[in-house]
Write a protein that binds this ligand. Structure first.
Ligand code: ADP
Ligand code: TRP
Length: 318
């Protein structure tokens, strides 16, 4: 994997709560589809989660759960590098070095930071410098492609910016990564029509039981002014790729019958989730620990090499 000629794709998710179908279609599924012909790196962004989760029991539980989710949706830890950010100190080290290359006014322009402040999240310094830790996550592994949702686009731009600053000041080292944002997915709407997000209480959790799916789908807001109930349709489409004609027929035949369309959506989601839910129940904590231990060894093999070069280039290897 270390010297392979394939392009490398990397993403990370924060262990801040139960994953939802927006996370799945926005970032996990694109990465999963890439495992065939790319080197794939998947990370648990637990130091990023520390900017908002301050309860140790909750964080610990979320970390175990997200790894369980990764395995249940089909990531094979033998085939990819699956690891946890805090297990590899290279991330905070390079994050610090990057902090010293960017200015406060530059970081102040980050939409994600501004949005979180607007939602009354604590403006801690970690939240402010978050994009530089994310940039280090990406470039430590010579990443080419980063599959993410639309809301992360600017963070990848920030990564390119700091890469240019580093390369400009110290010499060419890092590649400039590209984001991969699925046009067909865009922003998956939540039950209230806003972006589906763990922090908005508007999700369809990825591993929900049938009654939870039913409750969430029935509560999706429908706008009667359009031709179709747009939010229901947008979610339905994600579950019926390859069956577009069937989907169109369903919506034509049931024009205006929102309850029937929602029931059909519940069926689709449930039949997709049932096997994942079953698989997830069989994943033990012991297996998770084993996966993370192996994963960080593989991660460090790549990132340690990057850091040796970085230390020389910036003048701290004396
Ligand atoms: P959340 O907003 O639920 O806390 P995260 O910020 O942890 O989600 O996002 C993890 C990944 O999932 C990111 O790549 C993000 O862009 C993607 N993602 C999150 N919500 C959506 C959505 N509603 N539609 C598409 N992608 C999403
Ligand atoms: N910031 C991302 C999010 O909130 C999570 C993340 C951390 C990430 N490090 C990353 C995503 C590296 C892609 C690559 O969703």
């Amino acid at each position: 994997m270390k010297n392979s000629k394939k392009l490398r794709a990397l993403t990370g998710l924060q262990p801040t709560g139960n994953l939802h179908i927006g996370n799945y279609f926005g970032s996990m599924k694109p990465l999963l589809d890439m495992t065939k012909d790319h080197d794939v790196v998947l990370m648990v962004a637990d130091y990023h989660a520390l900017t908002s989760v301050k309860d140790r029991d909750i964080l610990r539980k979320n970390i175990l759960n997200i790894v369980r989710d990764y395995l249940a949706v089909g990531f094979d830890p033998k085939q990819i590098i699956l690891f946890r950010q805090s297990d590899n100190p290279d991330h905070v080290e390079l994050g610090w070095i990057f902090n010293c290359l960017v200015t406060i006014p530059f970081l102040m322009q980050a939409h994600a930071y501004k949005d979180k402040i607007a939602k009354n999240l604590e403006p801690n310094a970690g939240l402010f410098t978050y994009p530089m830790l994310m940039a280090s996550d990406i470039v430590l592994y010579n990443t080419d492609i980063v599959p993410v949702g639309e809301d992360q686009r600017q963070h990848i731009e920030y990564t390119r910016e700091v890469v240019n600053k580093f390369n400009g000041n110290y010499g060419e080292l890092f590649k400039t990564p590209k984001e991969m944002i699925m046009k067909t997915v865009g922003v998956v709407p939540g039950t209230d029509g806003q972006k589906m997000s763990k922090s908005y209480n508007n999700t369809i959790p990825l591993f929900s039981e049938r009654d939870e799916i039913q409750k969430a789908v029935m509560s999706i807001v429908t706008d009667s002014s359009g031709d179709k109930p747009e939010n229901v349709y947008a979610i339905h489409k994600l579950f019926m790729t390859g069956r577009e004609q069937e989907l169109e027929r369903l919506y034509e035949e049931n024009h205006g019958r929102y309850k029937i369309l929602k029931e059909a959506l519940v069926e689709e989601i449930d039949s997709f989730i049932t096997p994942l839910r079953a698989k997830r129940k069989d994943i033990s904590d012991a297996l998770i620990h084993e996966v993370l231990e192996d994963g960080v060894e593989k991660a460090k093999e790549v990132s340690n090499e990057t850091m040796q070069k970085v230390r020389k280039m910036i003048g701290i290897s004396i």
